[in-house]
Design a protein around this ligand. Structure first.
Ligand code: ZN
Length: 248
């Protein structure tokens, strides 16, 4: 998939490596798509430093995962796994992805995440999302600034600014993650076991989702960190059922 396949969407999710978007916000994206919202995914690297699999295999897995989640497109900027570029040229590629997709909301990895590429990706995406709105930064595309960049945690456990109930889309998230057969737990695989491919890691995805869900008294939730508090259209509806009250 090339950058030309990027089309206007409401939400644009950036992942440092293919599978990070699924881990951090796959349930939210699937839930939004089920409600009729449009989203696209931009992977920043091909994951070529991954212990298991190959970039080609991972690209096929990523395309399948995007189809399962309901993405309008998925593209890859190939900025170098293990040494993610954040130079002017890299920034320009992210600016153009934002200007092509013209999203209201950008999702990016948390700056304090585990992998150094995630730290770099977080800054790169939040900086470029701002610069994309500068009229005098000419790249051949009209300027566009998203309303907000919101951060998902793929690995660390961050205290969320807000939660999204993903109970109804959790199975879709897991199906999308299962598409990465080369990366996650597969008892028949002969490749070396890694932190991510252990059974414990996959079990942890569900444990994390259930732990966040407990806060809202729902089965599964994903947590997001925002630099500003979101405005709730209805605070009553937003906390409905938190303490066990009946949900309509
Ligand atoms: Zn990653």
């Amino acid at each position: 998939m090339t950058a030309t396949s990027v089309e206007p969407v409401e939400i644009l999710a950036f992942g440092p490596h293919p599978d990070d978007v699924e881990l951090g916000c796959g349930g939210t994206l699937a839930a939004l798509a089920a409600r009729g919202s449009s989203f696209g995914i931009v992977d920043l690297t091909r994951g070529e430093m991954g212990t298991r699999g190959t970039p080609e295999l991972r690209a096929r897995e990523a395309a399948e995962a995007a189809r399962i989640l309901g993405a309008r497109f998925r593209t890859n900027l190939d900025l170098g796994d293990g040494d993610l570029r954040t130079d002017r040229a890299a920034q320009s590629l992210v600016v153009d992805a934002v200007r092509r997709a013209r999203p209201r909301l950008v999702l990016a990895p948390l700056v304090a995440d585990r992998h150094p590429d995630h730290v770099r990706a977080s800054r790169l995406v939040s900086d470029a999302s701002w610069y994309a709105g500068l009229a005098k930064l000419e790249t051949g595309l009209p300027p566009h600034r998203p309303d907000q960049v919101v951060f998902y945690a793929a690995y660390v456990f961050a205290s969320p600014t807000f939660l999204v109930d993903v109970s109804a889309s959790f199975a879709t998230k897991i199906a999308a993650l299962r598409a990465y057969r080369s990366q996650f737990h597969d008892e028949n695989s002969r490749e070396p076991e890694t932190y991510v491919s252990s059974k414990g890691f996959f079990d942890g995805i569900e444990a994390r989702s259930r732990a966040l869900g407990r806060i809202a008294n729902v089965e599964h939730a994903e947590g997001f960190v925002a630099n500003v508090p979101p405005t709730l259209a209805d605070p009553v509806a937003a906390f409905l059922g938190y303490e066990g009250g009946k949900k309509e």
